[in-house]
Design a binder for this molecule. Sequence first.
Ligand code: NAD
Length: 279
Amino acid sequence: MSAHRNYALILGCSSGFGKATALAVAKQGYHIIGVHLDRAAGLAAVDELKSELNNLGADTHFFNVNAADADRRKEIIEFIAEELSKFPGASVKLLLHSLAFGSLLPLAGDKDTKVLNQKQIEMTLDVMANSVVYWTQDLLSKELLGRGGRILGLTSAGSNRVLPMYGAVSAAKAAMESYMRQFALELAPMEITANSIRAGVTNTPALSKIPGNTIIMKNAFIRNPYHKLTTPEDIANVITLLIKPESKWINGTILGVDGGEDSVDITWYQPTESEFGLC
Ligand SMILES: NC(=O)c1ccc[n+]([C@@H]2O[C@H](COP(=O)([O-])OP(=O)(O)OC[C@H]3O[C@@H](n4cnc5c(N)ncnc54)[C@H](O)[C@@H]3O)[C@@H](O)[C@H]2O)c1
């Protein structure tokens, strides 16, 4: 690891993949700048996470704000610039986009069906995809994203499959994958890589909000070659590999991190009663 201070800017840091990644990269010596959006009831858990990170030796700077709010983003970028200026050679080496905040409604329906409106679609696309572009642009314009840095965005199998109510999130996932490919091309001269991580089905607060999540989990449990769900730590472990210099040739791709779940066709598989019981 370099002698300079490395920072991870984690959007969606208080839960799920973002939280697990903060802990994993703190163990690798990273300091953590975390953005999250939690109500008062969730703040004790955020304080606990900060203490855990501090105990691992990481400095923590957490911001409880909407990551898609341009004014808040500018303030945080200013803060990062000031913080890094105290430590010669310090840079953000990992930008992880792990925000889960979307409207789950159908795109279309009859006059009695509540369908997605323009504001909901724009908000979903903005938080879950477009924001990664603006954060990256601002980091670059202040020269905060270091050579050899990594940009990672979470995607899901829903980017190219159809699930009820998932239309806007699905569009956001497709956009995220596209942005990562584009960054891979544009940032190669700075030796910054950009990739999407297609996580397997993981039991997090975000999943619990998706209609039919119990069926989604049962289905994943059956299809997964290990008959297990993905955990946030499974994703964080892979991210600790991706921050290593040896991973620099992984660029502009969609990395399935799901134990092999996505490619399994379950039509042949007959689960036993006891396996269903375990779901
Ligand atoms: N859970 C799964 O099965 C699964 C599978 C594949 C991909 N993903 C994707 O992974 C990403 C993270 O999901 P997760 O399951 O870890 O969710 P999670 O609910 O555990 O965490 C979401 C995080 O985002 C933060 N957040 C939400 N809206 C925000 C906003 N507007 N501004 C700032 N912070 C905000 C929350 O505070 C929290 O820290 C999402 O993009 C999700 O679509 C999830």
